[in-house]
Design a protein around this ligand. Structure first.
Ligand code: ADP
Ligand code: ASP
Ligand code: MG
Length: 824
């Protein structure tokens, strides 16, 4: 014999029941079948809601009742599709509707009674909830019979005998097994349909086996009859590597051992009700989990056989929500036996199930996790048990923390692999998931962690990626300041997406972007083919709103990319870093502010193990900061830096001459995007000063901007201008001054270059006349050059040279920083 259990979705509609019927038609050809069914999907919850409403004197219970009645009636109408035209079908349809109506009348009376007496005891609740399975099993058995299958209905309440622990009754296996055997030995039908979940006490009271308990009913029958196989038919194709509703990349696990299935189900993999495994394990009956909606999918086989699932020793990751963590602590506990015994006895008396326990070796505290809805009950009971010790201040009143969840990493083979817990916790840590408690079973088959409920989805996905998808790493970008450079960056990302996936196993997605007006977010990535139209329906942007949303989305491997020149944006880098969101900035505001700010950001980056990169602050995409960092970290000493660092000034001095006046040349540089929006920042030398300041700081000097000597080449009037327009006017007026600078250099056959210099802790910037033969002399267009003189490069400097400005190269510099983080 085989036992098949069909869950709520499988019997949730006429369409699915028809699928169930074809599975049964096929399998009953070569085996006797015991078919256990759940209530129609959602009905148990509806019954509970109706009961609670009735109990609180809310007449809305009637609406719930009507919905329950109509759901069943409609299912029957659909199952007997031709009942309006076919006489024999009509007869069967009417007969079934009559039986069901009678049951529904009983339900209505019960609800009316609850309403009347204003009470819903656990005992009444079981009576109420049992209607779901009693109705569904009747409908399915009658429908199967109408399709000419040899089928009988057997009420499980007559077979499964329990204690009086309503809502979660314990089975008396001796009586139950005898009942089941007696029934099945004498039964000759090919198919026996039985309601799941429902049972009866020795004294004849209706009981249930706990929510999700139909799985358990089927396991009890399978074990008692020594069935060949137990099939659990549900709405997913087996036990997945993680809950497929939360982890998109989760995959079915083909094989699990009984122990692995126990751990996964106990730690929240709802597809299998935890007590289900034990009865069949004893008899070594395999459990096959299959999808009613895709019967051909392989599914999961649970047996004693150990078969690996790919490379990873981890088989699955599960989660339990609505967990409370209780801590009992106090100096009076140390070295005194019996505290744990009294604690756990109290919980047992209250029938509270403990999900996880940890005890520190100092014995100073015991910490355990239970279901959140038992928290208050547990606290009251424990505080009463330890009333005396609490009064004497030997122990503290129990501490209760709520809004928590547990995630568990499970696999038989974990015990023979080192580093699984290291990987687990470093992955969580990297993603800023705070771990409240940890437990590892002695079997080493399970590592579990208690975390905040808001971190569950992120943690599951990050761990899943770590253990099952090592091949691709998902990077989530939040880009703020989508203007000239930002647009190029988006284009470059779009072009490279498939290359990165294929060659670097990086799945790069933009999940948030903003410009000065609007901001848009997409959990599963913005469509980069048409990102412009994403802004059509976007919300109004704000710096804080963008930040808050990035934190709220709580995605793993998040990077905030600042493409603005806004000081306010730079001011909140620290907040991003504190939430483990990496920061990539082309704005140099943060790094060139006071040293304290610069240092603080680096300290935060270290503390939260979250990168803060800004290669584009100096020389756009040129590897200048990176080269300097490499020199310093490899033990070299940088003594002197000579550089031309302003692409804009270089462009201006390369194009300005006695034929092209200064004003027009600056205008052109701005038009072509080589200057800051305010060209005074470039021309005053302040921009170059900031760059050399950053280089000095990267080299370990705790310098401030005031420490940089700036020799301006602009006139007093230029420098005193109050607006950009005003500035351009003064440039025009002072043309003669600039021509003089040009003529002087020209006369000496020199080139004008704005040079930055760092020398052993001192730095200055200013215009210089560069003679022929000097490496700066032939610097073209918007190029930058940096010469590092170091202990290892004392005479011939290490030179980095190339385009140092422009939207495209700046975007590519940002992109390189992003990739560097992704590769980390
Ligand atoms: P049924 O009504 O058939 O008993 P359940 O809702 O009890 O179905 O269980 C199936 C559900 O379990 C799936 O739809 C899925 O959302 C959830 N689930 C949680 N964790 C897992 C997992 N690791 N693998 C498969 N399903 C899981
Ligand atoms: N119908 C019950 C519930 O929803 C039992 C089950 O479906 O397994 O909990
Ligand atoms: Mg279930």
């Amino acid at each position: 014999m085989k036992v098949l259990k069909f869950g709520g979705t499988s019997v949730g509609s006429a369409k699915n029941i028809n699928k169930v019927i074809s599975i049964l038609e096929q399998q009953s050809q070569d085996s006797k079948l015991a078919v256990v069914v759940s209530a129609v999907g959602g009905i148990t919850d509806n019954l509970l809601d109706a009961g609670n409403l009735a109990c609180s004197k809310d007449e809305a219970y009637l609406t719930h009742y009507n919905a329950i009645a109509s759901t069943h009636k409609k299912v029957i109408e659909k199952l007997f599709e031709d009942f309006k035209t076919d006489k024999s079908s009509q007869k069967k349809h009417d007969e079934l509707q009559k039986i069901v109506s009678k049951k529904l009348d009983g339900l209505k009376k019960l609800l009316d009674g609850i309403y009347l007496i204003n009470e819903l005891s656990p005992k009444t609740k079981d009576k109420l909830l049992s209607y779901g399975e009693m109705l569904s099993s009747t409908i399915i058995q009658k429908t199967l019979a109408s399709r000419n299958l040899d089928v009988v209905l057997k009420n499980s309440q007559e077979l499964i005998t329990t204690d009086l622990n309503f809502n979660n009754a314990a089975v008396n296996f001796e009586i139950t097994n005898a009942n089941i055997n007696t029934f099945f030995t004498s039964n000759a039908n090919k198919i026996v349909v039985l309601p799941g979940f429902v049972s009866k006490s020795l004294t004849g009271e209706l009981t249930t086996l706990g929510r999700g308990g139909s799985d358990y009913t089927s396991a009890i029958i399978a074990a008692a009859t020594s069935a060949e196989e137990l099939q659990i038919w549900t709405d997913v194709s087996g036990m997945f590597t993680a809950n497929p509703k939360l982890v998109k990349h989760a995959k079915p696990i083909t094989n699990l051992t009984y122990q692995e299935a126990v751990e996964l189900s106990h730690f929240g993999a709802k597809v299998l009700y935890p007590p289900t495994v034990m009865p069949v394990l004893r008899k070594q009956i395999p459990i096959v989990i299959k999808n009613t909606l895709q019967p051909d999918a392989v599914g999961t086989t649970v047996s004693k056989e150990h078969k690996p699932n790919g490379q990873s020793p981890v088989k699955g990751i599960s989660n339990i929500d609505h967990v409370a963590l209780l801590t009992l602590q106090g100096n009076g506990m140390v070295g005194i036996p019996g505290f744990s015994k009294r604690l756990f006895e109290t919980l047992a008396q209250e029938k509270i199930n403990i999900i996880l326990i940890t005890q520190s070796s100092s014995e100073h505290s015991i910490c355990f996790g239970i279901s959140e809805h038992n928290a208050l009950q547990a606290k009251t009971a424990i505080d009463t048990t330890f009333e005396y010790e609490i009064a004497l201040k030997k122990i503290d009143p129990i501490i209760v923390e709520t809004d928590l969840s547990i995630i568990a990493v499970v696999g038989d083979n974990m015990k023979s692999h080192q580093g699984i817990s290291g990987k687990t916790f470093s992955t969580l840590g990297k993603n800023n998931v705070n771990i409240r408690a940890i437990a590892q079973g002695a079997s080493e088959r399970n590592i579990s962690a208690v975390i905040h409920k808001n971190d569950v989805k992120k943690s599951l996905n990050a761990l899943h990626e770590r253990f099952f998808e090592v091949k691709t790493k998902q990077i989530n970008l939040f880009i703020t300041g989508v203007g000239n450079v930002g647009e190029r960056l988006i284009d470059q990302i779009q072009q490279q997406q498939s290359f990165l996936k294929k060659n670097l196993q990086i799945s790069l997605r933009i999940v948030g972007m903003s410009n000065s007006r609007k901001m848009v977010f997409k959990d599963d990535g913005i469509n980069l083919e048409d990102w412009v139209s994403e802004f059509d329906f976007a919300e109004k942007s704000s710096i804080n709103g963008f930040y808050k949303k990035a934190v709220e989305m709580n995605l793993r491997n998040s990077i905030f990319v600042d493409v603005t020149a806004s000081e306010q944006v730079a001011n909140i880098y620290s907040d991003y870093l504190k939430h483990s969101i990496a920061v990539v900035a082309c704005s140099k505001i943060a790094c060139s502010k006071d040293y304290e700010t610069y240092k603080n950001l680096h300290d935060l980056s270290k503390k939260y193990n979250t990168p803060f990169l800004y290669e584009t602050n100096v020389g756009a995409a040129l590897p200048i900061i990176n080269t300097l960092n490499n020199l310093v970290s490899s033990g070299d000493k940088v003594t002197n830096i000579q550089a031309v660092l302003s692409g804009s000034l270089n462009f201006v001095f390369n194009n300005f001459s006695d034929k092209n006046n200064f004003h027009d040349t600056v205008k052109r540089a701005q038009f072509e995007g080589y200057t800051e929006p305010d060209p005074r920042i470039d021309l005053s030398g302040i921009d170059v000063a900031r760059k050399v300041l950053i280089l000095a700081r990267e080299n370990g000097a705790a310098m401030e901007i005031e420490d940089i000597e700036v020799e301006p080449f602009l006139t007093k009037a230029n420098l005193a201008s109050t607006s950009v327009d005003d500035f351009y006017e003064t440039l025009q007026q002072d043309e003669a001054h600039f021509q003089k600078l040009y003529a002087s250099a020209e006369a000496k056959n020199c080139q004008l270059k704005y040079v930055a210099e760092y020398d052993n802790g001192k730095a200055k910037v200013g215009l210089q006349e560069i003679p022929e033969g000097h490496p700066f002399f032939n610097l073209e267009g918007k190029d930058n050059i940096v010469m590092f003189y170091t202990q290892r490069y004392p005479r011939q400097p290490l030179i980095v040279k190339g385009a140092g400005a422009g939207a495209d190269v700046t975007a590519s510099g940002l992109f390189a920083d992003i990739i560097r983080i992704a590769n980390n």
